[in-house]
Design a protein around this ligand. Structure first.
Ligand code: MSP
Length: 518
């Protein structure tokens, strides 16, 4: 059995509606998943929803619903959103799934039996909003807590704690000797700085059921439910376990087996997450896995945060982008293109409507769209849509873009790959301007030259579809359809020059990105 390339996203809190930040992360993961598929690997891509905890319980109460009914209703919107983004996820986890709950409990049992969990009385401060315990260290210089914590109460209660204290040094050593574990580098350095300059305090992994009922009961004490983050992180292994991943099932000695679909997934190749949840993924999660006897994921890939017009995206101030509205107006691929081309994985980004429209007009409508439309329209007009004899004037340009794209996709350099592909778009548009096929068509003595130019352009359009597949799957499919090709451009090997046979009849050209009055 071959291990599949396994990629995950953060699972979004179910309360609320999806926004640009959520969409961005899921699109990055989708492009990486599609890239590995186009490179010939078997892939498993997981995304989903984080449904337990106080916020959900309170939001459900406010609507007079049971938490489960509330989650079910919102989960339908989030799943529709994943479809709207054309994510190629292989599964969609909801932390209220019985298959997930079972593995959370098996994980807790494993860690408890390993002696890594103990019970203790806690007295101190607690933020209900963030569901987190606070200490005096969390106070600001003026003695107050950050308003982001909401109301902070003093509280004394017994809880279960997960031992983190003794784990610091091996984790530091691991991160130092595995530079690709946390990427980009500056995030890795932040994690190392945090681990070297702080003493890890044991993590409270329970909440009394009497205070917070909406969670997974601890298998060893039914008066408590599991802390949402312990619950949520386990999604990365619960779904592989549900698909019969032997590494996880063996480690958890769990009886859940699904012999029909045994696939090898763990360890994950990439967890894609945002910069605000690095500590949970690069500190708590590795320690949890070690306590369960499981290998660590290969990489935590941290993306930055989007702002809009230079300010925080916020529902309360109305500074939001509704991805669904943008997609309905401009098309999914215009949305995917803007977020991938505008922002590399790592830094923070800034959405502006003007920037979005400028890229749409210049790079999509006038760049790629114009190239494909004029190339195919000329072939239709001058050669009745029949591909002429092969020629290889643009073969070297195509090979360069293909090699670069292949190398960049392997390194998850999505923005650079798009730059390289657009280098080819620009080159081909220049080629039209230089060779002037519309002039050649007027001179019968130039018929052979016109054939050559038309072959070069048509074949370049075909290769562009192949290169674009991970990024703009709808556009890639449309180009193939307009070329009269019935297969899907989902394998990078198909980018080899000259695959378009002479004599082939293309389909109907149509604008890919209609020009809009902006
Ligand atoms: N439920 C937790 C994650 C648990 S993973 C085991 C959570 N959910 S969230 O809905 O708040 O965020 C989900 C993801 O969206 C996170 O990776 C977060 O960084 C990302 N983003 C939320 N807002 C964002 C932006 N404005 N920009 C980019 N990404 C952002 O955290």
């Amino acid at each position: 059995m071959n291990k599949r390339f396994y990629i995950t996203t953060a699972i979004d809190y179910v309360n609320g509606q999806p926004h640009l930040g959520h969409a961005y992360e899921k699109i990055i993961a989708d492009v990486i998943a599609r890239s590995h598929r186009t490179l010939g690997q078997e892939v498993f891509f997981l995304t989903g929803l984080d449904e337990h905890g106080q916020k959900v319980q309170q939001a459900a109460q406010a609507e007079g619903k049971s938490p489960q009914a509330y989650c079910d209703q919102l989960a339908a919107d989030w799943q529709a959103f994943a479809k709207k983004l054309e994510l190629t996820n292989d599964d969609f986890v909801r932390t209220t799934d019985p298959r997930h709950k079972e593995i959370v409990q098996a994980s807790l049992t494993r860690v408890f039996n390993a002696g890594q969990i103990y019970k203790q009385t806690y007295s101190g401060f607690y933020s209900t909003k963030e569901e987190t315990f606070l200490t005096d260290k969390d106070r600001r210089p003026d003695g107050t807590f950050d308003p982001a914590y909401g109301e902070v109460i003093e509280l004394q209660e017994e809880n279960y704690f997960f031992k983190l204290g003794e784990q610091q040094q091996w984790l530091i050593d691991y991160i130092e000797s595995n530079p690709s574990f946390v990427q980009p580098d500056h995030r890795r350095n932040e994690v190392l700085g945090f681990l070297k300059n702080n003493t890890l305090e044991d993590l409270c992994i329970s909440r009394p059921a009497a205070r917070l009922g909406w969670g997974i009961p601890l298998p060893f004490d039914k008066d408590y439910v599991t802390y949402v983050w312990f619950d949520a992180l386990v999604n990365y292994i619960s779904i592989p376990a549900a698909h019969g991943d032997a590494t996880i099932l063996d480690a958890l000695k769990s009886e859940v087996r699904n012999p029909k679909s045994e696939i090898e997934l763990w360890p994950a190749d990439i967890h894609v997450i945002g910069k605000d949840i690095v500590k949970f993924h690069a500190v708590y999660w590795p320690i949890m896995l070690k306590a369960m006897g499981l290998p660590l994921p290969k990489q935590i890939l941290v993306h930055g945060w989007w702002q809009k017009d230079g300010a925080k995206i916020s529902k309360s101030t109305g500074n939001i982008i509704d991805p669904i509205a943008v997609i309905n107006e401009w098309g999914l691929d215009a949305f995917r293109f803007y977020v991938l081309r505008e922002l590399d994985i790592g830094p923070d980004g800034n959405w502006t409507d003007a920037g979005f429209k400028a890229r749409y007009q210049a790079e999509l409508a006038n760049g790629l769209g114009n190239l494909v439309n004029r190339s195919l329209s000329m072939l239709k007009r001058y050669r009745q849509g029949i591909v002429p004899a092969k020629h290889d004037e643009l073969a070297a340009d195509v090979a360069k873009a293909t090699d670069e794209t292949r190398a960049l996709l392997k390194q998850n350099q999505l923005q650079s790959a798009l730059q390289s592909i657009w280098g080819l778009v620009t080159r081909a548009n220049q080629y039209v301007d230089q060779t002037k096929p519309f002039s050649l068509a007027k001179d019968p003595a130039q018929a052979k030259r016109l054939d050559e130019v038309l072959y070069n352009l048509t074949e370049t359009c075909r290769v562009l579809a192949v290169l674009l597949w991970p990024f703009l799957p709808g556009t890639a499919s449309k180009i193939y359809a307009q070329l009269g090709l019935t297969d899907v451009p989902d394998k990078l090997d198909a980018a080899t020059w000259g695959r378009l046979p002479s004599g082939h009849a293309i389909g109907e050209p149509a604008p890919l990105f209609p020009r809009k009055d902006i």
